[in-house]
Design a binder for this molecule. Structure first.
Ligand code: SAH
Length: 221
């Protein structure tokens, strides 16, 4: 099978480093994960284009730049534990797995969770656990986390996710409307009950559907 190394390195150079992502570990992770493994068969040739792609069930694999931006904002240490909310194709979890010691990734649609498991196996990622459930409630069994990445937008940062952060830990999540444009924010847990919030700019994500996010019917046109 084609490994797309030339396309991948070109993607890192132009779309990621070229747009200001400077963390060498993040650039290296994006350079190592084969995005073509995480897209549908008919999209393999488009895997390194600068855009999200459909993965079925009205969901998308995130644009590579957005995955890099979130990873850079999370600034994971090699020894850290990450929670990835919204597994989708598994691509962001795979990138995080190169930056962290362990990744727990949670997806609400079981078919996607199953396909993601196969993709991650094909990408040879071994330090990831995929679970199926409502990630707006986090995954308390494995908490606390050093970093939490959320790949779907919520009305606000869910309290459950904030409470599952280690002191000093970072949560990156798009907040705002359920469709269209949102703000990507970083929440840092300063102490037991103090959190700092920073706005990282405008983004567009699919909605986070769950108990501490949007109810399912709110997302219908
Ligand atoms: N990180 C993914 C992007 C997936 S898009 C990738 O790299 O491919 C966002 C995903 O969030 C979708 O798969 C959607 O089903 C999932 N999602 C939405 N609400 C969720 C929730 N409450 N818990 C877990 N996953 C959720």
């Amino acid at each position: 099978m084609q490994c797309f190394e030339t396309e991948r390195l070109e993607m890192v150079r132009t779309q990621i480093a070229g747009r200001g992502i400077a963390n060498p570990a993040v650039l290296s992770a994006l350079g190592q994960v084969g995005r073509h493994i995480f897209v549908r068969d008919q999209d393999k040739q488009k895997a390194y284009e600068d855009r999200p792609l459909a993965i079925g069930h009205a969901q998308t694999i995130s644009q590579p730049y957005i995955v890099a931006l979130m990873c850079e904002a999370l600034a994971p240490d090699p020894g850290c534990k990450a929670l990835d909310v919204g597994t989708g194709s598994g691509y962001a979890a795979a990138v995080l797995s190169h930056l962290c010691a362990r990744v727990v990734s949670i997806e609400r649609i079981d078919v996607l969770a199953r396909v993601a498991k196969e993709n991650l196996h094909a990408a040879n990622c071994q330090n990831i656990e995929i679970v199926c459930g409502d990630g707006s409630l986090g995954y308390p069994n494995e908490a606390p986390y050093d970093v939490i990445a959320v790949a779907a937008s919520a009305p606000a940062a869910p309290e459950a996710l904030k409470q599952q952060l280690r002191i000093g830990g970072r949560l990156v999540i798009p907040v705002g409307k359920s469709s269209g444009c949102q703000s990507l924010i970083r929440v840092t847990r300063l102490s037991d009950d103090r959190f700092e919030t920073e706005n990282l700019g405008a983004v567009a994500f699919v909605p986070l559907i769950g108990q501490e996010a949007w109810p399912e019917e709110r997302t219908l046109p």
